[in-house]
Design a binder for this molecule. Structure first.
Ligand SMILES: NC(=O)c1ccc[n+]([C@@H]2O[C@H](COP(=O)([O-])OP(=O)(O)OC[C@H]3O[C@@H](n4cnc5c(N)ncnc54)[C@H](OP(=O)(O)O)[C@@H]3O)[C@@H](O)[C@H]2O)c1
Length: 254
């Protein structure tokens, strides 16, 4: 199958590309800048989802699009308006299937980024192109970003229930979804264990020999209640098998 992988230089996009190539598919990796390395048989097409420039070349001949695009600073521009632009370009290129990714449990999340992801989901659900949409929990490789901190200090919520999943397992689900054809909302995908961010963040810093003073701070109000409630977890959907400890033991592949 010929796949266009948006966000092809990112964490999820690189894993999707690797999984697709391993399964014998043809991949066009799409992002503004090329990934540092491209698996043999993959081509890169430069495109910007905020302007649409490059998407026609990226989507020509594609039988499915898997979207691993992400942004924090200009999240609405990329994830909401950008997804509209992507879907219009997919329709124009007669791509028959768009596979999107979102996050478990975000419906009522009191965080701007998660609200934007819910808006992105709505755009996908109104897509002019047949679609599938998978919600996953946080990837293992998000934890280093969450505890990176500044000036030797890492500030983490005292209570943040997290069910991390290996990005490679999410990537495999997305490739399977692309092959399976448009299916709408797919069952949620969570990692094998519900853990506390502060605990696994500490484990990561130790394993990576990163010296940080970790401050576990209470998060007040609705945000604190949300993070501690386990809303971002799906213990009934422990689809991932690779634990965070196993990922650490493997040397944190991403
Ligand atoms: N990380 C997690 O824990 C997690 C969990 C569940 C779901 N998700 C979802 O998975 C998706 C991917 O997340 P990620 O963490 O893998 O992202 P990431 O590593 O930050 O990668 C983002 C990708 O988007 C590309 N991109 C950004 N702006 C762009 C633009 N204007 N035009 C074209 N490409 C652009 C980047 O490449 P360039 O900068 O070179 O363009 C990069 O390839 C997101 O939808 C996220 O919400 C993530």
């Amino acid at each position: 199958m010929r796949l266009a992988v948006l966000g092809g230089s990112g964490s999820l996009g690189r894993a999707v590309t690797a999984a697709a190539i391993a399964a014998g598919h043809t991949v066009t990796a799409v992002s503004r800048r090329p990934p540092a390395t491209l698996p043999a048989g993959t081509r890169h097409v430069a495109a910007d989802v905020t302007t649409g420039v490059g998407l026609d070349a990226a989507f020509a001949g594609a039988e499915a699009i898997i979207d691993g695009t992400n942004a924090m600073a200009n999240a609405r521009e990329v994830l909401v308006e950008g997804t509209r632009t992507v879907l219009d370009a997919a329709k124009a290129a007669t791509v028959p299937h768009f596979v999107g990714i979102s996050i478990v449990g975000i419906d009522t999340a009191p965080f701007a980024y998660y609200r934007i992801k819910v808006e992105q989901e709505a755009v996908i659900q109104e897509s002019p192109v047949p679609w599938s949409l998978l919600r996953a929990t946080q990837f293992h490789d998000l934890v280093p970003r969450l505890v990176a901190g500044r000036l030797g200090i890492s500030v983490v919520p005292r209570r943040f229930s997290i069910q991390p999943i290996d990005v490679r397992e999410v990537a495999q689900l997305l490739v399977d979804a692309a092959i399976g054809g448009p299916a709408g909302r797919l069952p949620d995908a969570g990692g094998p264990e519900v853990l506390q961010l502060a605990d696994i963040g500490r484990d990561y810093l130790r394993a990576a020999h990163v010296r940080r003073w970790m401050l576990r701070v209470p998060v007040p109000g609705a945000k604190g209640r949300f993070l501690s409630s386990g809303s971002l977890c799906c213990p009934d959907h422990k689809v991932g098998t690779k634990t965070f400890a196993q990922w650490l033991a493997e040397g944190f592949p991403s």
